[in-house]
Write a protein that binds this ligand. Structure first.
Ligand code: SF4
Ligand code: SF4
Length: 188
């Protein structure tokens, strides 16, 4: 059974998520198909279907600190399985966006740091550049030398490259980042 403690932010969170994700949470049947296909549901404290229910019942900003919001790998299995066509993955994404925008106090582990390092390298190089991303992430965690013994093997097996790939469309990607920044500034 899901118990919801009504909070002041509860009424505001649901419409904001619905708007950002472009979904109608009221059509959720609680069939739990989204949860049964989710690769991280068994590891997280809450399952995607529970997040949907909590949102619908008026849960507040405490939901932004829920571990599944940060453990979600955006695989979109939940969205593909939903019989009501709810884009559950977009709901998770909306919760992450709101958590960052509202400075949720306890974002799960180092996931936000990883997100930031990933996006920064995509913004600069036009596509992901693992070496720069890992270095930025490890500098952020303060554990730069952790796991470095794996580096030579990864290099040898071609799993990581010393130089960034030049195949990305840097101009277009930068334009997208610029547009997103402008939209944020305009409060969209
Ligand atoms: S699969 Fe869709 S309808 Fe079923 S619980 Fe998940 S969100 Fe609700
Ligand atoms: S998108 Fe996220 S919530 Fe949905 S199935 Fe994948 S990991 Fe689970």
């Amino acid at each position: 059974m899901i118990t919801i403690k009504k909070t002041k932010t509860g009424d505001a969170l649901k419409p904001m998520v619905e708007k950002i994700a472009g979904v109608d949470l009221s059509v959720c049947l609680q069939c739990r198909k989204c949860s049964s296909g989710c690769p991280v549901a068994g590891l997280a404290k809450s399952r995607p279907s529970e997040i949907m229910r909590r949102l619908h019942l008026g849960a507040g900003n405490e939901l932004l600190e829920n571990d599944i919001v940060w453990m979600c790998v955006s695989c979109e299995t939940c969205s593909a399985r939903c019989p009501m066509g709810i884009d559950v993955a977009a709901v998770m994404d909306a919760l992450r966006k709101l958590a960052i925008a509202q400075g949720a106090s306890k974002q799960e582990g180092n996931v936000p740091l990883f997100n930031k390092a990933f996006l920064k390298t995509v913004q600069i190089f036009g596509r992901t550049y693992e070496l720069a991303m890992i270095t930025a992430y490890k500098l952020g965690t303060g554990k730069l030398m952790n796991d470095t013994e794996k580096f030579p093997t990864m290099l040898k097996k071609g799993k990581i490259s010393l130089m960034p790939s030049l195949s990305g469309d840097r101009k277009t990607v930068r334009r997208i980042f610029k547009k997103v920044k402008q939209n944020k500034g305009a409060g969209q």
